[in-house]
Structure formats: structure tokens, C-alpha cells
Design a protein around this ligand. Sequence first.
Ligand SMILES: [Zn+2]
Ligand SMILES: [Zn+2]
Length: 383
Amino acid sequence: MSSFSNLDFSRGVNWVPATFITLYQSILLLALPFYFYYTPPSLGLILMTVLLISMTELSITAGYHRLYSHRAYKANRFLESVILFFSSMAMQGSALRWSYDHRIHHAFVDTDNDPYSINKGFLYAHCLWILEKPRKIEDKVVSDLLSNPLVRLQHQWSVRLMILTNVLCFLAVGYFFSDYLGAFVMAVWFRLFVCHHFTWFINSLAHTFGSKPFSQEMTAVNNWLISLVTFGEGYHNFHHTFANDYRNGIRWYHFDPTKWLIFVLNKMGLAKDLKKMDPFAIQKKMITEGKCHLLTRLQELWYVKKEEIEQEIQEVSDGIIAKINAMQDLKKRYLEAKSQDDQRTLARDLKRQFKHLRKELRAEWRRWKSLSSSIQKLKPLPI
Ligand SMILES: [Zn+2]
Ligand SMILES: [Zn+2]
């Protein structure tokens, strides 16, 4: 109930989106079983719907989120036009409105000023916040976007573009499959439903279930399972800590299709200036947060000998930080030496030292992980 009791209508009710979202979802949930029973869609239409869901949702994650809200990379005009076309089809308002809300979310996360604060309840953060009339867009928060003619145009024509793109999608898919009913139900109606919830999961699930390896003090969490249904946005604790990084999943195997798409667009020459956090800074943040978490956890374990464990935590974390600092220094010296013709031998030697240190650092991280998991396994005794 807290989600509903936290609704604040002091600015008024956001009638049009609230009515549209409530009605289309209720009718869809009632109609879908009949549609599947009487006129099931062809395999081709199902695949087309999956493709459209991916394109629509990626235009939100790679476009509204990482490009416009966080300026994690730059896109050329052609790519921006494609992004704005498909994101209009997603019916999530304009890029300007979306980015404004999202920048406020990052600046005031978990406070009353957060437009979709999880502290006001899971459902509130998921979608109930849309019922409230949105706050006025402050120019200073989105001044960069206001100077972008494409973003301004999309904002001015926002409602008409949302309708037009969806009508075009309906007509094109209906004509291609000679199935206008299927096109409407699957390629428009069902796609909207899936994409809305995929985006909303980022504000609800990704602030609830998961781990916090980078920032303990906020509700944003990392959870690879959430990434599967949010096109890579499930590494949300990392994202809230290093918001300008074009990646959310930093390891190559982290499921982050948005990151892969931006990478490919960069290789195709459509995107440039991809921002990436310094890996040393990321590791330092991880160890600092991890140490803080373990020391706090230790306070709950009154029955163990804390001094020895505290000492080990301090020793291993200090060792890791020292190695990272040494590697940073070696890298800097290596790059300097590499740029000078008469320093090639020194450069080779520094590279060797760097590789050796990297091996040692990996061993230290393994030691840290085993220490960390052995402390996590200890349970506080019941009082
Ligand atoms: Zn968030
Ligand atoms: Zn963000």
C-alpha cells in the first residue's frame, strides 16, 4: 500500500498518459488470450515483434539513456534520427523530458526529489510515478539538449510523433504479413507493453534485488538477471557510480547488448567519443566499498575474534591499492617511454614489469574474494 499512499498529486494528475497506460494494458491483458486462441500469430510475425521490441528498447537504453541523459558517447545526425524515430515509437515521452527526469533521478537518487524513488515503494518506482503531473523542466539541467535541434523538434512534436511512428509500424507490418490485426496486437500493442515494463524494471527491480559492489549507500543494485530483460541495464550499481561510462556491464561477458550496439556503431563510424572509466579507478572503488562492507559486517559478528580478521582485511585491501597505484605509475611511464624512439628498451622493460604486477594483482584479488566469501558465510548468532 505504501506505493499508493506515497502518490503526490499536489501538482495535479497526469491524466493523458495515466489513462492511456491504464486502459491499453488492461484491455491487452484481457484480449491477448482470445487473440492467441482464435488467430494465433505466424512465426514470422512473432520474430518481427521480437525485432521491433529490441529496436524500440535499444533506442531507449542506447539513446534516451546513455546518449542523451548521460552523454556517454556522441552520435551523428543519421544515428540520432534513427534513435529518435524508434524512441518515439516506444511512447515514453520526448528525449528531453525523459533525460530531464533521469538526470534528476541520478542527482537526487533515493530522496524525495527523485522522480521515481524506490523508497516510495516498488510499484511507485515501477510505474505509479507516471500518474503524478511531472515537474517543470529546468533549462539549466538540460541546456545541452536544448541546443540540439533534433531533440527540440522531437520534443515539440512529441505526441504527434509517438502516434505517427506507431501508425507507420502498424501499416508496414500489416502490409508485409497481410495481417493487420496481428500487426496491431503484436507489433504495436504487445510491443508497447513489453517495452514499457522493460524500462520500468530499471527503476524498480534494479533498485531492489542484487548486490552493491561499487556504492553501498544507494539502493541501485547489480543483477545480471535484470540485465536480461533490460538490454544490459541491470548493472545499475555500477551505472549509478560511474554514470558517464557507455557500458553498464564492464566485463566482456556481462550481458549488455546496449554496450555491444554502441561499440559496433562506433566501429561503423556512426558513434564516437565513447566514454569509459579508468579500470584502475573502478578497481579502487570496488576495494574501498568492499572493505567498508566487510568491516560493517564484522561488527554484527560479536562472537568471532575481530582483530585478526580486521587486520587481514586491511592488509589485503592495502596490498591491492598499492599494486593498483604501482600499475598506474608503470602505465604512465610506459606510455611516455613508448612515444620516444630512444626509450624503446625501457618501454619493453616497463611493459614486462606491468604484466608481472598484473599477475600479482590477480592473485591478490583471488585472496580478497576468498576472504570476503568466508566472512559473508559467517552468520550472526541469534540473541
Ligand atoms: Zn536508477
Ligand atoms: Zn542513468
